[in-house]
Design a protein around this ligand. Structure first.
Ligand code: ADE
Ligand code: ZN
Length: 331
């Protein structure tokens, strides 16, 4: 067994993966055709091209817009887990970002029910479990964020189908020019109703924005958190408090163009600084990644041993929102 094969087979947890970003290219084309949605090209190698986070988000939004029916979401959830299970993922907390669909008239209840149905079917087939995190889309503004959380709270109160799979809320999309504090109402509402909280920050925003996410919005985890390395004092605090980061090194190269090569990524500095820095793919289908490759490429780039990588995988369990008994069983 090579290191790459061993890391592909290693049971892994993933905490930063957008379910829409896992959509198979062939499924995008099929759903777009059925929805009568013109694609700029049906050659997916061309479809998935971008040179910055903002350009990437335009592609991501196009992929999202192909999802129109409850069955589309079910299919996405099903294929997503099948593909990840093939690379050793045993547990995930997957983002979905419904702002675009809610604005177009979809019901959150249909999206949650569809996704959940697909995830459950794939779980039965593979044993790989996926829970959900409902992300606020910053591009739609703070009041759309509050409305989504209100919707979610209503579904929970009604015991709507599949809603038990939604563990909490997050926030993604563009960071530039957005003050995370403007989303405080949505996060306060989520906290009051017992929802867990995370958020994308520090992918291309400064460390002050990461501090705001945690201290003003009460986020329990930070997605990316890359710019933390620019503030050694804040980094020391995050290490001491064991605030989890869901880091996506290959995505930072391929999507954000943050570094010329993987070897230039500060992931080893984050680990060496004592941060609970987990390893994740972000949008694997759109970036031609999988979790096995994420582990193998990081091990190779930074000369990590198999045991180092097992420690990273175990940190994923620690950073997860699994109940203690389930987390213990996974270890
Ligand atoms: N949505 C999907 N992928 C994202 C990323 N890397 N950053 C922000 N929003 C996203
Ligand atoms: Zn992300």
């Amino acid at each position: 067994l090579t290191l790459t094969e061993a890391l592909d087979a290693l049971p892994k947890v993933e905490l930063h993966c957008h379910v829409e970003g896992t959509m198979r290219p062939a499924t995008v084309v099929e759903l777009a055709t059925r929805a009568g949605l013109p694609l700029p090209t049906t050659d997916v190698t061309e479809l998935y091209t971008y040179n910055s986070l903002d350009e990437f988000l335009t592609v991501f939004w196009l992929v999202q817009s192909t999802l129109t029916t409850r069955d589309d979401w079910a299919r996405l959830g099903y294929e997503s887990v099948l593909d990840a299970a093939a690379h050793g993922r045993v547990y995930a907390e997957l983002f979905f970002t419904p702002a675009r669909h809610l604005a177009a008239g979809s019901a959150l209840g249909d999206i949650v029910a569809g996704l959940s149905e697909g995830l459950a079917a794939a779980e039965t087939e593979t044993g790989s479990v996926a829970m959900l995190i409902a992300d606020v889309d910053r591009a739609f503004g703070p009041s759309a964020g509050v409305a989504m959380v209100e919707d979610l709270v209503r579904l929970r109160r009604a015991g709507a189908p599949g809603v038990e799979r939604v563990l909490g809320v997050g926030m993604d999309s563009t960071e530039r020019g957005v003050d995370p504090a403007s989303f405080a109402d949505a996060y306060r509402l989520a906290a009051r109703h017992g929802l867990r909280r995370t958020g994308h920050q520090g992918e291309n925003s400064p460390p002050t924005a990461i501090a705001t996410l945690v201290d003003v919005l009460g986020a329990e985890r930070v997605d990316h958190g890359l710019s933390l390395v620019d503030d050694p004092e804040l980094m020391t605090r995050f290490a001491a408090e064991r605030i989890p980061l869901t880091v996506c090194p290959n995505s930072n190269i391929r999507i954000a163009n943050a570094f010329p090569a993987l070897a230039d990524h500060p992931y080893p500095a984050m680990r060496a600084g004592g941060l609970l820095a987990t390893l994740n793919t972000d949008d694997p289908a759109l970036t031609d990644l999988d979790l096995g490759y994420e582990y193998a490429s990081v091990a190779t780039a930074f000369d990590y041993s198999f045991d180092d990588m097992v420690a990273i995988a175990l940190d994923g369990v620690t950073a997860s929102w699994l109940p203690d008994d389930d987390a213990r069983a996974l270890r």
